[in-house]
Design a protein around this ligand. Structure first.
Ligand code: GLU
Length: 552
């Protein structure tokens, strides 16, 4: 009996690997095209770090006219959660990051290199495991979990490296006959890789992001096929990324230390090794300490958070590019209007240590992104968000014509308004433009510099009776506020006010504030002329009268 016989005994019904090698040929792509993937496990919510990895993968594949595919790694079925795959697929879709190939729903996929869900690839893994056994490079291991535990305890007591290796790898040297005997007797087993490595030797690896790294060789006889017949991550990675013709493995740096093992697996399987790029995690500043963004502690770790908050998709993507390549910020400054896709993303310029997540910066990008949108775009996005998350806002937006006017205030000009960072800001930003809400809210008037009731009443009355004319153009409108300022005895120019301390009690800006507060209950709003145009004459007059009344 030889290794081949043992392999046939263990996997009698699987195909020869030549079948798969032919079925999944080298891809016919232009020189330099990068084939890469996002390979999450459906074990819970999609983490922003996952989206970050996927975005990086998409950037490099698109730039090189390559392929980006989505593979679902569901071999740890105990950890799988309901809707796990759907959540992953939808998150990518929400961010306009749908893959070229791979899973497109829980059950459907596109592309010629599938199945793209690992649990459907059992036969393939077993074919390659069989191949390794037939070469004497893998073997059945009959150790029970209790025996495994015993080994671990002994190693711990002796203070030596834990794991199944060297003299501890009890089943490594079982003869083929003995193994066959045990199998025929119905003993349970798993399949282990017979590592050719030695811990006292080093390997050198050049990672695209981390640069040159040295590791001891792997000497662990790791499990490749588990008791349930499914592969471990390590084995599935080698088989899948080979057969799917991945050129670049872009993944989290938690896997960096597994590179020696992975290189060995590729080598023993006779596969060409892919290039590796290990991405550092996104970090968070927690009271001066840098730590990973945590699923448990940080709501912003979940991709769903951005959707719920209504942070624009492009803001999130731009922000992620920002932390991926520090050169992005300068590029954006020099090219404020170019689509971010034109940025020349460089995988090898990613930070070696983790980038810090900065919500303030993200929201700032949100403001810029939204400031560049047309009223129509802001309307559509807000409405879509509101339908899902805020009925009140959805109601406000029902009158589309009016909403477009409101959202169009200070938009589409050279210096557009920048006060909306996310769709959940819209309501707060525009609600005073709606009478139903304006009059329903308690009107508190923080009148600021001019705060005595008499002056306020005089300003508002004069303005309404003498100066306000709905048909004025912006210059005339402003000249009239100046005239009113003069009539009140305040400085009509801020410059003049500053040059003559003590001479005036207020200036034209303070008069504007009085009118602004009366009309909106706020001290800070976009352009007041535009606001008044949108509100219209009867609404403006009603609000001014009400403000005067409220003074009494
Ligand atoms: N399923 C692995 C994970 O979620 C994927 C690692 C990889 O991209 O190869 O960590």
């Amino acid at each position: 009996m030889d290794y081949k016989d043992l392999a046939n005994l263990i996997f009698p019904n699987v195909k020869d690997i030549s079948y798969y090698e032919e079925k999944y040929p080298e891809r016919d792509l232009p020189e330099g095209a990068i084939v890469t993937r996002f390979a999450p496990s459906p074990t819970g919510f999609v983490h922003i770090g996952g989206l970050y990895q996927a975005l990086v993968a998409i950037e490099v594949s698109k730039k090189t006219k390559g392929v980006f595919f989505l593979r679902v790694e569901d071999t740890d079925q105990k950890r799988e959660v309901e809707n796990g795959v759907t959540d992953i697929v939808n998150s990518l879709k929400d961010f306009g990051m749908a893959p070229d190939e791979g899973m497109i729903s829980d059950t459907e996929e596109i592309g010629n290199y599938g199945p793209y869900k690992q649990s459907l690839r059992k036969d393939i893994y077993q074919a390659y495991a069989k191949y390794l056994i037939s070469q004497g490079k893998a073997y059945p291991c009959f150790c029970t979990p209790e025996e495994g535990e015993e080994i671990r305890k002994k190693q711990e007591a002796a203070k030596i490296r834990p794991g199944y290796y060297g003299i501890w790898a009890k089943c490594r040297n079982i003869t083929v006959e003995e193994a066959a005997e045990k199998i025929k007797n119905g003993e349970h087993y798993i399949i282990r890789f017979k590592s050719p490595g030695r811990e006292d030797r080093k390997i050198k690896h050049k990672d695209i992001i981390k640069g040159n790294v040295d590791f001891p060789e792997n000497d662990l006889d790791i499990v490749i096929i588990k008791a349930d017949g499914l592969p471990t991550y390590h084995f599935a990675h080698a088989v899948d990324d080979h057969l799917m013709r991945t050129t670049h493995v872009i993944r989290s740096d938690e896997w960096l230390s597994s590179v020696p093992l992975h290189l060995q697996l590729f080598h023993e399987l006779g596969f060409k090794t892919p290039k590796y790029a290990h991405i550092s995690p996104i970090m968070k500043n927690d009271n001066g300490n840098k730590r990973k963004l945590s699923k448990r502690k940080d709501p912003e770790a979940a991709v769903s958070y951005y959707k719920e908050q209504g942070i624009p998709v492009n803001a999130v993507k731009e922000y992620l590019l920002n932390i991926a390549n520090s050169t992005f910020e300068n590029w954006r400054r020099a090219n404020p209007d170019k689509p971010m896709e034109e940025f020349d993303f460089q995988l090898n310029k990613m930070s070696v240590s983790g980038a810090l997540f900065d919500m303030v910066k993200l929201l700032d990008i949100g403001k810029t992104v939204i400031s560049k949108m047309s009223a129509e775009e802001v309307y559509e996005n807000s409405l879509e968000w509101a339908k899902q998350f805020d009925n009140e806002l959805a109601d406000m937006l029902k009158d589309k014509e009016y909403a477009l006017k409101v959202l169009g205030i200070e938009r589409g000009n050279k210096k557009p308004r920048k006060d909306i960072a996310k769709w959940s800001d819209v309501k707060e930003n525009i609600e005073y433009m709606y009478d139903e809400i304006f009059y329903n809210k308690k009107q508190e008037y923080p009148y600021q510099v001019i705060s005595d009731k008499e002056s306020i009443e005089k300003i508002l009355t004069l303005y309404m009776e003498k100066y306000y004319d709905e048909n004025d153009d912006k210059q005339t409108w402003f000249d009239k506020i100046k005239a009113l300022t003069g009539e009140m005895g305040y400085a009509t120019e801020v410059k003049e006010f500053k040059a003559n301390p003590g001479k005036y009690t207020a200036h034209v800006g303070d008069v504007s504030t009085v009118i602004r507060v009366a009309l909106t209950s706020r001290t800070n709003t976009p352009d007041m002329y535009e606001i008044m145009q949108v509100l219209g004459k009867s609404c403006v007059e009603k609000r001014l009268k009400k403000a005067i009344e409220n003074l009494k």
